[in-house]
Design a protein around this ligand. Structure first.
Ligand SMILES: [Zn+2]
Length: 260
């Protein structure tokens, strides 16, 4: 784990990159922020989470860090030890956790629980969609206030550019740096389950409703049909070893979600 602080004093905010070591866009975004002469109003911490996996160019060494939560300091597994250290590092700060993905349909925000504080942070990303992933649990934002963002396709230059743009907007909206920011009113989706299976080709489109009986994936020419209506989230052909992706329902806009 690599940690840096910008500004002086005790950081209230943390940018987290490389929870998954091969998702480098957050690292590039941070380097661009550092290179630009920002006017910093509140101290900010930067954490390159899975530095070992990052250097190896892999998603993780032993297990997925998001699934290693809350971690264990004396574990034999690298990511379980790391989760315990990372949890301590971000404690008491507000987190922007930056990711990229194998799936299409980015950018969007992810929260763990559609509580008012999380949704307020989702608005500060400036993005149009937010997914409540409480169904899956775990992750950095499960133990501290924060929001994650999926910026784009893995290692794509556009993902790094998007990560930089989102980070700038988020930090300005939260008053961490000077600058103009958009506070969006995103549509809220809630993950309700997953579609398991290996070797499927996803033929739908993320965030576009799949109707009951509709074909959304194929394997060796055999169609996989939806049991019920759902919105695909993080569905892809190669994203996961044993999962096509997640099923979600559309809750409404952030204001509906807070009112509900
Ligand atoms: Zn990720």
């Amino acid at each position: 784990m690599h940690v840096e602080t910008l500004g002086h004093g005790r950081p209230e905010y943390t940018l987290v990159a490389c929870v998954h070591g091969d998702e480098t866009c957050g690292w590039h975004a941070f380097n661009r922020l550092k290179a630009a002469d920002l006017s910093i109003r509140r101290p900010l911490k930067f954490v390159l989470a899975n530095e070992r996996a990052f250097k190896l160019g892999v998603r993780y060494c032993d297990i997925d860090l998001n699934r290693a939560w809350p971690g264990q300091a004396d574990s034999a597994l690298h990511e379980e030890r790391l989760a315990a250290r990372l949890r301590h590092e971000v404690e008491g700060t507000t987190v922007l956790d930056i990711h990229s993905t194998e799936s299409r349909g980015c950018p969007f925000a992810i929260v763990t629980g559609a509580d008012a504080a999380s949704l307020r942070l989702a608005r500060s990303t400036g993005l149009d969609r937010v997914v409540d992933m409480s169904w899956l649990g775990g992750g950095v934002t499960a133990s501290t206030e924060g929001v994650a963002v999926e910026c784009g396709y893995h290692d794509d230059e556009d993902a790094a550019t998007m990560a930089h743009r989102i980070a700038l907007n988020f930090l300005a909206a939260e008053g961490v740096i000077d600058g103009r920011a958009v506070r969006s009113t995103p549509t809220v989706y809630r993950v309700t389950g997953e579609e398991r299976g290996a070797g499927f080709r996803f033929v739908g489109e993320n965030f576009r409703r799949v109707r009951q009986g509709e074909v959304f994936a194929r394997r060796d020419g055999t169609p996989r049909r939806a049991d019920d209506d759902f919105y695909p989230v993080l569905m892809s052909t190669h994203g996961y070893a044993d999962r096509i992706g997640f099923r979600a329902e559309r809750v409404g806009t952030v204001t509906d979600a807070i009112a509900g």
